[in-house]
Design a protein around this ligand. Structure first.
Ligand code: 13P
Length: 258
């Protein structure tokens, strides 16, 4: 059965509990009692509001935007995977380019976070992607290869199958510029080839790969199923719950056709 994901990365938005509550009430109203068989929506609010996202409608899961690789101890300001799990979180974004940029996260650190997430029964959504400069220098493939090789080093096949990979070209984030369907498809082919080399064809086939960067409903097909992707990671548009639900509906319709 074909399965799609819509992941809403709310980033550092919604500045009060009231705003979070308002967001939730719109989300609940939009989903109403619709049943989704083929699509899961993962909503990733700020840590502060996670506990408000407890009673989500069916088909919607709670995600976090980051975690720390250790379970507990003297790590001021960090959030443990166990805390997230105990709070009902199921998914966690790791290695977002904004964390690479503003918090100095490296591929090695991100690898540790992804492994820690898996060991603590969370599904990591691991972000990879090239910069504008790297793209212009035609280094996209080599950058992605290095990221994948470092991030997945030492992973078992079953651990790899538990990872969701998000291809988010940095130049497409927040810019309203997106790659062509052909470019995304090219990345998908490259990733499947890499995962086949590192693991095997079966594992590569089972891994979930999403596209992220300036996703909007109007061109959802072009950046997702037409490009061989299993869903999308959405930034700005995820601030509008009705847009997320409309995207879910489009994925559901598409999956039913297949
Ligand atoms: P935008 O959709 O706002 O470009 O953000 C993408 C993103 O960074 C999602 O993680």
């Amino acid at each position: 059965m074909r399965k799609f994901y819509v992941v809403g990365n709310l980033k550092m938005n919604m500045l009060s509990r009231e705003e979070a509550a308002q967001y939730l009430s719109v989300l609940n109203r939009e989903v109403h009692d619709k049943q989704y068989q083929h699509v899961t929506l993962v909503v990733c609010p700020s840590f502060l509001y996670l506990s408000q996202f407890d009673d989500l409608p069916e088909g919607i899961a709670k995600g976090a935007q980051n975690l720390f690789s250790e379970k507990s101890g003297a790590y001021t300001g960090e959030i443990s995977p166990v805390m997230l799990k105990n709070d009902g979180v199921e998914y966690v974004i790791v290695g977002h380019s904004e964390r690479r940029r503003y918090a100095g996260e490296t591929n090695e650190m991100i690898r540790g976070k992804a492994l820690s997430a898996i060991r603590n029964h969370l599904t990591p959504i691991v972000c990879i992607g090239e910069t504008k400069e790297e793209r212009h220098a035609e280094e996209t493939d080599s950058v992605l290869m290095l990221q994948v090789k470092t991030l997945f080093s030492g992973f078992s096949k079953s651990q790899a199958e538990n990872v969701i990979v998000a291809y988010e070209p940095r130049w497409a984030i927040g810019t309203d510029v997106v790659p062509t369907t052909g470019e995304i498809l090219g990345v998908r082919v490259l990733l499947r080839k890499l995962f086949t080399e590192i693991f095997d064809a079966r594992t590569a086939q089972r891994m979930t790969i999403l596209y992220g960067g300036s996703v909007k409903r109007s061109f959802l097909p072009a950046v997702s199923w037409e490009a061989g992707m299993d869903g999308v990671l959405v930034g700005r548009e995820s601030l509008f719950p009705h847009e997320l639900v409309k995207m879910m509906n489009l994925f559901e319709e598409e999956a039913e056709k297949e």
